[in-house]
Ligand binder design. Structure first.
Ligand SMILES: NC(=O)c1ccc[n+]([C@@H]2O[C@H](COP(=O)([O-])OP(=O)(O)OC[C@H]3O[C@@H](n4cnc5c(N)ncnc54)[C@H](OP(=O)(O)O)[C@@H]3O)[C@@H](O)[C@H]2O)c1
Length: 265
């Protein structure tokens, strides 16, 4: 039977992957979590702790771990991936999740993602890389943060094509069950939407009144976002829209838990 290792299996995407991946599944985590249907291996990609045990006999690695929310050290995934690759023995298929626009938008985390892509491509192991657009979970978390002050400020002229995280997990599992495929076509959500419209949908869903202020964002990264370099209109294979996802999450009285804790590192 195929032995899988999922890094990042406790994360927003990873949890969705685990729901869909059956068989011999190992999950690497720094935490103490128990995960139904998977064997948890305690370890840390950055220190290398636990990696040899986690990788022993593994046929397929789904590499979805990331420390991307650490703004002070946006390059942590490079060392983490270096440790992962160094601990591999054998020829497992490495499936990596990346982001549309990592080669086009000048932000530090995207440079890290691009560097990690290159490390995997050059690893000498069979590999598959899927780039997707932003997950609905992330867009929702950002809108919630922007809507906290009395005025909800959104970037003027910026669109998003966010995608359902479960559908990304579907695709990754499909890729993990197949042969290595190299860079596969980018995947995006079903709609290209204005951030301000999604903000209004969010405010309506959580029953909050706020003026929405559209602010021009300076800089090259903002210009690249305005130019849509983070989107994949030709890869709009996602089905579930942001608003469908949003409405499914809202509880009685407009309560809503955001998926990400943006303050953590
Ligand atoms: N969010 C988006 O919109 C988006 C879009 C496209 C692609 N992606 C990519 O999708 C991947 C998953 O993102 P996500 O949003 O699901 O992440 P997330 O919820 O922030 O979860 C991060 C995961 O990484 C693990 N991790 C971090 N550092 C680790 C370390 N040193 N050793 C072992 N595990 C470590 C964490 O595990 P423990 O804490 O349990 O150790 C956790 O499971 C990332 O590569 C991200 O770049 C995200």
């Amino acid at each position: 039977m195929t032995q899988f290792l999922v890094t990042g299996g406790t994360g927003v995407l990873g949890r969705q992957i685990l729901r869909r991946l059956s068989g011999d599944v190992r999950v690497l985590t720094r935490g103490e979590t128990e995960i139904e249907g998977a064997t948890v291996v305690r370890g840390d990609l950055e220190t290398g702790e636990g990696l040899r045990a986690a990788l022993d006999g593994v046929d397929v690695i789904v590499h979805a771990a990331s420390a991307g929310f650490d703004r002070r050290r946006p390059d942590r995934d490079i060392e983490a991936t270096r440790q992962l690759l160094a601990a591999i023995s054998g020829e497992p298929h490495i499936v990596y999740i990346s982001i549309v626009g990592v080669d086009a938008i000048p932000v530090a985390y995207f440079r890290t993602k691009l560097a990690v892509e290159r490390m995997i491509e050059d690893s000498g192991r069979p590999w598959t890389i899927l780039r997707t657009t932003q997950f609905h979970d992330l867009v929702l978390t950002m809108l919630a943060a922007l809507a906290r002050p009395p005025v909800a400020v959104v970037p003027r002229g910026t669109m998003v094509q966010s995608v359902d995280t479960g559908e990304v997990a579907d695709r990754l599992v499909e890729l993990a069950l197949g042969e290595s495929a190299g860079r596969v076509p980018d995947m995006g959500g079903p709609r290209v939407e204005r951030v301000e419209d999604l903000m209004r949908a969010y405010l309506g869903a959580v029953r909050r009144r706020r003026p929405v202020l559209r602010v021009p964002m300076p800089g090259k990264a903002a210009a690249a976002y305005r130019a849509g370099r983070h989107m994949a209109p030709e890869g709009a294979t996602g089905v579930r829209t942001f608003t469908e996802d949003l409405l499914a999450r809202v509880g009685p009285g407009g309560t809503l838990d955001v998926p990400y804790d943006l303050g953590r590192s």
